[in-house]
Design a protein around this ligand. Structure first.
Ligand code: HSE
Length: 294
């Protein structure tokens, strides 16, 4: 039997649409025990939905590695304890994909290297910005080339990170459908320089710089207006620190000084509650570690 942990991730970080991702200290723990057939049981976040069957992203990814490596898969009891909320913009689907791929690769004694795992994960997810940090840890910049994903990862200092998730239905499919098909050169230029500066600000724990450059013209404004209370929550988050929509949303991510974290969380949650929307909040930190065996 083996046990692994897979982290939550926050993609985009403002301007880095589809290419920046940060690993967070929020974890799903998964155990794999040999058995006669594949069974799956989850507790924690999303358990009710996940326990409806054994076909989910994690078991699909787990089976896929066996198939492409030509290995028989008799069966496994897979148990997940999930802390990452689903459909929240915190990379729960990336964690499931990496959990299945990484777990199978460990059990089969590493037939695939990290880059091969990343390529498989990106093909399943559609973009690398959550799966890359879920696998490697830290802050990861990733781009898709012809037949490879090019990445660089960075350790970043210990920031306080507030996450607030409103209880709204906001599937990534819809969050991508509301985006324009093309963007102006002015908007593209606006994001390019800011993306480079967000990386610099995070690596140097420069909150003043991060507040100035964690801004975006490619996705946030198109999305925020569809999420009840999100515009007001986002504005409040910006008053406390540097804020962005986490991934495709609906969560808000806010980088703050440690001493302001609790009041920032309460105020941002309150903005959603004012709009009649329940909200869940957590204060976390970045993780240097990605998926690993425990
Ligand atoms: N970069 C992605 C998006 C993250 O913003 O749509 C969500 O998976």
């Amino acid at each position: 039997m083996i046990k692994i942990r897979v982290p939550a991730t926050s993609a985009n970080l403002g301007p880095g649409f589809d290419c920046l991702g940060l690993t967070l200290n929020i974890w799903n723990e998964i155990s794999f025990e040999p058995a006669n057939k594949v069974t799956y049981h989850a507790n924690g976040q999303g358990a009710e939905k996940l326990n409806k069957g054994t076909r989910n992203l994690l078991t699909k990814a787990f089976t896929y590695v066996h198939e492409i490596c030509g290995k028989d898969l008799k069966g496994f009891n897979i148990q997940a304890h999930n802390e990452i909320p689903m459909s929240s913009g915190l990379g729960s689907s990336a964690a499931a994909i990496i959990g299945g791929l990484f777990g199978a690769n460990e059990l089969l004694n590493h037939p695939l290297n990290e880059n091969e795992l990343l390529l498989l994960a990106t093909n399943m997810e559609g973009h690398p910005d959550n799966v890359a940090p879920a696998l490697f840890g830290g802050l990861v910049v990733s781009v898709t080339s012809d037949d490879e994903i090019i990445t660089r990862r960075y350790d970043i200092p210990n920031w306080a990170i507030v996450i607030v998730k409103p209880s709204v239905e906001w599937p990534t499919r819809v969050a991508r459908a509301v985006l324009p098909k093309s963007v102006s050169r002015v908007d593209a230029v606006y994001n390019i320089g800011r993306t480079a500066l967000v990386v610099d600000a995070l690596r140097n724990k420069d909150l003043e710089l991060l507040q100035k450059v964690m801004d975006d013209r490619l996705h946030q404004s198109y999305r925020l207006k569809h999420i009840s209370g999100a515009i007001s929550a986002y504005k409040t988050a910006k008053q406390f620190g540097a804020a962005a929509l986490s991934g495709a949303g609906p969560s808000i991510i806010c980088f703050v000084p440690f001493e302001k974290a609790e009041s920032a969380k309460a105020e941002i949650m309150f903005r959603f509650q004012e709009h009649g929307i329940k909200a869940w909040g957590i204060t976390t930190t970045p993780s240097k570690q990605g998926a690993h065996r425990i």
